[in-house]
Design a protein around this ligand. Structure first.
Ligand SMILES: [Zn+2]
Length: 60
């Protein structure tokens, strides 16, 4: 395998990992199942208050 091919492969793997990390930063809306940023207060799809829902889950 050439150096260029290896760096291309590593680059692709890095991109996949970055995508995974982005997904981990997100939470699934318990109401509609949309993947939304953890930082947002409301689900942009259905308007469910995510912050309150997540707080309740942490108490369990
Ligand atoms: Zn939702």
């Amino acid at each position: 395998m050439t150096t260029a091919a290896i760096s291309k492969k590593v680059g692709a793997e890095l991109d996949a990992l970055k995508k995974e990390v982005e997904e981990l930063k997100k939470v699934e809306c318990p109401h509609c199942g949309a993947h939304v940023e953890k930082e947002v207060d409301f689900c942009p799809k259905c308007g469910t208050k995510l912050r309150e829902v997540l707080k309740k889950e942490e108490k369990k």
